[in-house]
Design a protein around this ligand. Structure first.
Ligand code: SF4
Length: 360
């Protein structure tokens, strides 16, 4: 049976029209699904009993709880969702003072094959539907506390752009949670066709996974460079306004001697010259399982002193630059570490109570 969760108002209008109901009922249904967070048709008390029965007979709501979680000593929580038979994704909740950020996945695994990323080792297992993307936001126990969303979990969002755009459209709509796009950041390695649509069709903040400004060397750790060179990506970004409400950042994992010296700092200055943006320096989380290619085996984390030097050098050159604090490393929840580890280790991660697909 088809799920209703993840359908836009227009799609719900079609369903309601097929059931010979007046159009305004679709809005009521959308509000029950997205604003009032109903998980049972019986809750939708302003819909007629006949319609509720008919919906129940033909559709599922499509909400489901995560099946496991692990909690870091720093408060970060990683949730495991089962999206299909033998298909899982992870979602990371990062509370910090008044800010509660959720990092969501858009694909099960990933096909981009970045050498330093554990998710890349999973291979690609499928696109998440708009409902599966939204379900991560709605179905963690802390759902109502979330203040910010980063689309930086498993997968390349711009490689699943239709479903990502649908999920963002619903999330920012008045019939759902009416989220401001300014609370949402979508990351991309620079998959140009999807990135162009993201830039055109949303006002969300953009984060580009850069990691090396020198094309030949970037291609060694990020195969996407061969298809869509970073120069081309930056040229595209220059056509949009990032000087006002919308923010642009570049994610930069620091590798000892491989991208953290003056040679790279100067190449970064040249590449980003005059582009209103920020560079986020990120510590490389080296584990045995992300050493999966010859290239990756040569990568190790920059030391703190070098990261501080790079930050100061870029800042003095007029590039806003910060070092992003690492979160959840002990539960493999930090950047590039999502590998569905909770599926493989029965003792790792705790089963959630009420794990019967009921959302409490
Ligand atoms: Fe995929 Fe992102 Fe990992 Fe690259 S860094 S393999 S795009 S999940």
């Amino acid at each position: 049976m088809q799920s209703l969760f993840g359908k836009t108002l227009e799609e719900l209008e079609q369903i309601i029209s097929d059931l010979k109901q007046p159009r305004f009922v679709a809005k009521q249904l959308a509000q029950w699904l997205y604003e009032k967070r109903a998980t049972e048709f019986a809750e939708m008390t302003n819909l007629s009993l006949k319609l509720r029965t008919s919906l129940q007979d033909n559709y599922t709501i499509g909400r489901y709880a995560p099946i496991k979680y692990a909690q870091s000593t720093d408060g970060t929580k990683k949730y495991l969702f089962k999206v299909a038979e033998n298909q899982f994704v992870e979602t990371v909740y990062l509370p910090e003072n008044d800010r509660h950020t959720l990092c969501i996945s858009t694909q099960a695994g990933c096909k981009m094959g970045c050498a330093f990323c554990m998710t890349g080792t999973l291979g690609f297992h499928g696109n998440l539907s708009a409902g599966e993307i939204l379900n991560q936001i709605y179905s963690i126990p802390e759902s109502k506390l979330i203040t910010n969303i980063v689309v930086m979990g498993e997968g390349e969002p711009c490689d699943n752009i239709d479903n990502v755009l649908t999920a963002l459209k619903i999330l920012t709509s008045g019939y759902a949670l009416a989220w401001s796009p300014k609370r949402i950041t979508v990351s991309s390695v620079g998959y140009v066709p999807g990135l162009r649509r993201l830039l055109e069709e949303t006002d969300c903040h953009i984060a580009i996974s850069l990691h090396n400004p020198i094309a030949r060397e970037r291609a060694e750790i990020m195969p996407i460079e061969k298809r869509y060179p970073i120069e081309q990506v930056v040229q595209l970004l220059r056509q949009y306004d990032f000087a006002h409400q919308r923010r642009l950042s570049f994610e930069y994992i620091c590798f000892h001697g491989q991208n953290d010296t003056i040679r790279y700092a100067n190449a970064l200055r040249k590449l980003l010259n005059g582009l209103p943006s920020r560079v986020n320096l990120i510590k490389f989380h080296q584990t045995e399982s992300n050493i999966h290619t010859t290239t990756a085996s040569e990568l190790c984390s920059s030391d703190e002193q070098q990261m501080l030097w790079l930050r100061d050098y870029l800042s003095d050159s007029g590039i806003t630059c910060t070092i992003r604090r690492s979160r959840g490393e002990d539960i493999l929840a930090a950047c590039g570490m999502l590998v569905n580890a909770l599926t493989g280790h029965p003792n790792e991660g705790k089963n959630l109570k009420n794990d019967n697909n009921k959302i409490k």
